[in-house]
Structures are given as structure tokens and as C-alpha cells.
Design a protein. Structure first.
Length: 367
């Protein structure tokens, strides 16, 4: 992204009362963040869903002044930025309606061609939760997943440390800017995580932690991953909110069951009981549900191709699904460079040939 374009995106991101959904709506109508800030107020007020109250602070001169300061910080500290309409923006997050228009990255990691899972839970982790978390991450090491969490006490830091112990990439999603570390006792883990992973945030470098930030952070934790795992949770807690967000994004949610008398298992047990999460008792549950056993699927693919003839487009879509396991219709269309109507037809043909099955939420899976 050009420096000037980034400046105007930062300025739009800083406008009070806009939010990411409305910001995307304005950009879609005007073509760019710069055009939004250059457009006449009367024109913007006519956009569906955008009124005078929404853009009340849009033309405050202080927005650009603050954006210039943030841009200097980004350049000085080599912070990477990801704009929601760019190719390098996290693919799964791109399809979440309330995803940030701009996120900031610190560290050393790439997201492409890697399974990504989020592991979250209570801050008051028990020995049961710690043992399960450590064992789970150790047993899925072979599949080389990226482990995402919120860098908080309890399950979060246990997941990060377990990933590092097993030489896996781990990403901490922060509820504040890069100049602050919460909790402060976790500052000792920052440099180690940055060596084989790093941090994401959509907050500016000097933004302080406030309670509302946790909800914003959780949408990135849930949206960036193909699955969210709740290790332990009381009857109420932030990790249950993350599970709800993941469900709203049509992502897989898993919960680790516990005894009915254990307070820190009540949240997980309730998710399972209400069919809001699949039960997770071992790494094999996760591998099976997410179709990570790639070698087995490749063997099945070879056998099926001996008996079923596919045209070039069908083969393209089928190979993509075999590689991914299951994927959203929009992402299949995007990655195979096919229009939606064509992708739908191809998927129907593959379903009739017994090679693909549809799942809830516009998901499709190679059989």
C-alpha cells in the first residue's frame, strides 16, 4: 500500500463513531479511504445506512494529524500493516463482516498454506486444563498449525508457551497497542514469540487497554482461525463470547468437557450440551473433524480418479477441496478464480459424483 493511501486509511480508522462495518461501506461507495475523506458531507449522508450522526466526526482535522503521527511510528518501528482489501490480509478474516479495515503485525510469521487454530479459555486454568492444552498441542505438532490466542493469563499463555515448546508458530492478538503489554508479567515472552510468531492488533501503538477492547480482540481471534478451541471456562467468560463469535462466522468450535461439579468446566459443558461446540477429548477428534489427515485424503483422491472422469474445472475445484479439507463457497470461488455461479454448478456436479458434500453455512467438503 502506498504511503498516502495508508495515511488516509489510518485517518478513517481513527474517526469516532464510524466502526469497521461503516468504514467498509463508505470505502465501497467512494472507492478509497482518501475519496471518503475528500467527498462532500451531503453525498455521504445519502448512502444507505450512513447518516449525519455516523459521519459527525469524519471531517475533524485532527484525524489526519493523528494519522500522520501513527504513520511515522509504523515506519520507524517496521510495523507491517494489512488492509482488508489487499491480498496479504488474513484470508479467513477477510470474510468476516466486522473485521478491522486495517491490522498491524509485529514479529516473524506467514499465514499462507498453514492450518490456523485458536486456543482460548479461563484465566484461572487448572492442572486439568493445563495438561490437556499441553498434550493437545504436542500431539498436533505433526500438522504444523499456527496457534492463536489472546496473550492473557491462564489458557492463553499456556497455549502460546506450548506452541513455542513444540517449535510451532504462535500469534498473540492484543487488546491494546504495541507500546503496552498486558499483563505486564508476560513481557518476558514477547521476544521469544517474535522469533517464531508474533502479534496482531487493530489498535494504534499508544492505545491503552480498556474493557471494551477485549471484545474487539476476540473477533480477530475467532475470525483468523478455521477452528476455536475452548479448553476451560466458567459459566460466564470472555472465551464463551469468542465461541459465539466463531459460530457466527460459521467456524468450527470445540470445547473440552469436564466434570459437572467443576466450576471451570461449566461453560464448556454448556457449549457442548447446546450444540454450540463439538466435544474435544483428544487430538484425534480435532484432526478428524478438520480433515487434517492430508496423506489419507490424497490416497483416496488417487483411487477415486481411477474410476471417475472429471473435466478440467471440476478437477481444479476438487483438488482445492482435497487440499483444504472444507472451505466456504466464496473462498472456493476466489481461490479457483471462478465466478460464484460457475463454482456452484461445479460443486453440484462433484456432489452428484460422490466427491463433495455440502455442509451448513455454505461450506463444502471433499469426501
Amino acid at each position: 500500500m502506498l504511503e498516502e493511501d495508508l495515511l488516509y486509511v489510518l485517518a478513517l480508522q481513527r474517526v469516532k463513531g464510524i466502526g469497521d462495518i461503516n468504514a467498509k461501506k463508505l470505502i465501497s461507495h467512494c472507492g478509497s479511504a482518501k475519496n471518503v475523506l475528500k467527498e462532500k458531507r451531503q453525498t455521504l449522508e445519502k448512502i444507505s445506512g450512513i447518516g449525519s450522526f455516523t459521519i459527525k466526526h469524519l471531517f475533524d482535522s485532527n484525524n489526519l494529524i493523528e494519522a500522520e503521527k501513527e504513520l511515522k511510528y509504523i515506519q520507524k518501528n517496521n510495523i507491517s500493516t494489512f488492509y482488508f482489501d489487499d491480498k496479504n490480509y488474513p484470508e479467513k478474516l477477510k470474510h468476516c463482516i466486522d473485521a478491522p479495515i486495517l491490522i498491524f503485525k509485529e514479529g516473524n510469521f506467514e499465514l499462507t498454506n498453514r492450518p490456523i487454530i485458536s486456543v482460548v479459555g479461563t484465566r484461572k486454568i487448572t492442572s486439568y486444563g493445563r495438561d490437556f492444552c499441553e498434550k493437545l498441542i504436542s500431539e498436533i505438532k505433526h500438522y504444523n498449525p499456527i496457534i492463536v490466542s489472546g496473550f492473557a493469563y491462564g489458557v492463553d499463555i499456556c497455549a502460546h508457551k506450548s506452541a513455542l515448546k513444540n517449535d510451532l508458530t504462535t500469534i498473540g492478538v492484543l487488546a491494546h497497542g504495541f507500546e503496552e503489554i498486558y499483563p505486564k508479567s508476560h513481557k518476558k515472552y514477547v521476544s521469544e514469540i517474535n522469533k517464531n510468531g508474533g502479534f496482531f492488533t487493530d489498535f494504534w501503538h499508544n492505545d491503552k487497554l480498556i474493557r471494551e477492547n477485549f471484545l474487539k480482540r476476540n473477533r480477530i481471534v475467532a475470525g483468523i482461525s478455521e477452528a476455536t478451541i475452548i479448553v476451560e471456562s466458567a459459566e460466564k467468560g470472555g472465551s464463551l463470547v469468542t465461541a459465539d463469535i466463531a459460530n457466527s462466522y460459521n467456524r468450527d468450535v470445540f470445547a473440552v468437557p469436564g466434570r459437572s461439579t467443576d466450576n471451570l468446566s461449566k461453560g464448556c459443558n454448556d457449549l457442548i450440551k447446546r450444540n454450540k461446540a463439538a466435544i474435544l477429548t483428544s487430538a484425534s477428534d480435532l484432526v478428524e473433524m478438520l480433515n487434517w489427515d492430508i496423506e489419507t485424503k490424497k490416497d483416496q483422491n488417487i483411487q477415486k480418479q481411477l474410476f471417475i472422469d472429471l473435466d478440467e474445472t471440476e478437477q481444479l475445484v476438487y483438488d482445492f477441496l482435497v487440499d483444504k479439507g472444507k472451505e466456504l463457497l466464496d473462498l472456493i470461488s476466489l481461490n479457483c478464480e471462478l465466478p460464484i455461479y460457475k463454482t456452484t454448478t461445479v460443486l453440484f456436479n462433484l456432489e452428484m459424483k460422490g466427491l463433495v458434500k455440502p455442509l451448513p453455512g455454505k461450506l463444502f467438503e471433499a469426501i
